[in-house]
Write a protein that binds this ligand. Structure first.
Ligand code: ARG
Length: 245
């Protein structure tokens, strides 16, 4: 009798512990800018892409779930700072300026910038000079590069047109409202397969992407860094690269 009672007690304690664990599987809100194929984009109403799958795989290894929130790229860091999101994964380049406000993971992908024009235009890399209008996504490294190297130096006489999302940048390029767009090479390549645009130059910026958390959130950063390392070691990273590139 006593043994049975004890057993029941042990079982119920176990059940409580187990269910608490299930409930405790934490969900992190992951901010992205879903206009950047093959890293993050919308397909049949779902957020998909290399980055989205990467953060889900990290969660699987490290015991958290993710909920994806689509924001404009330049509002991702403010959203992290105010606590509206917990993580940013958005093909975000690790830069010194960003490292002053957020903590970035170890690098998980490398990229340069590319210049794209309309497929049927006769423009080449000289589209970056003189009286042309260049489209960029606000706050990206492409925006910074064009602003600092072309606009501020007077090499570019036309405008730098800034957009919230690449969806509109590419549309405006195709409609002839701008002459060229500067964006990350892997995404330029993908857009040149999806839309009537073509790459005319590459700018070797040597960027590396990282996943961001709020400054001082060392616990979450550690999980993410371990996750990236484990995914490289167990071959999942290569599988994801094969799938998306
Ligand atoms: N790598 C560039 C940057 O960090 C562009 C990233 C844009 N990402 C996006 N999901 N739209 O500035």
């Amino acid at each position: 009798m006593n043994f049975k009672k004890n057993l029941l007690l042990i079982i119920s304690v176990l059940l409580v512990v187990l269910s608490a664990n299930v409930v405790m599987a934490k969900t992190y809100i992951v901010g992205t800018s879903a206009d950047f194929p093959p890293f993050e984009y919308v397909e049949e109403g779902e957020y998909v892409g290399f980055d989205i799958e990467l953060i889900k795989e990290i969660g699987k290894l490290k015991g958290f779930e993710v909920e994806v929130k689509d924001l404009s790229f330049d509002s991702l860091i403010p959203a992290l700072k105010t606590g509206n999101i917990d993580i940013i994964i958005a093909a975000m380049t690790i830069t010194e300026e960003r490292q002053q406000v957020v903590d970035l993971s170890i690098p998980y992908y490398s990229a340069n910038q590319s210049v794209i024009v309309r497929e049927d235009s006769d423009k080449n890399m000289t589209v970056l000079f003189g009286n042309h209008n260049i489209g960029v996504q606000t706050g990206t490294t492409g925006d910074l590069w064009v602003t600092e190297n072309l606009k501020d130096t007077g090499i570019l006489k036309g405008q730098v047109k800034r957009y919230d999302t690449f969806v509109y940048v590419i549309n405006d390029l195709i409609n002839g409202n701008i002459d060229a767009v500067v964006l990350d090479t892997p995404v330029a390549k993908r857009y040149s397969q999806l839309r009537p645009v073509t790459i005319v130059a590459e700018i070797f910026t040597g960027e590396e992407y990282g996943i961001a958390v709020d400054k001082g959130n060392t616990e979450l950063l550690k999980l993410i860094n371990e996750g990236i390392e484990e995914l490289i070691e167990n071959g999942t990273m290569d599988k994801l690269i094969d799938k998306y590139f």
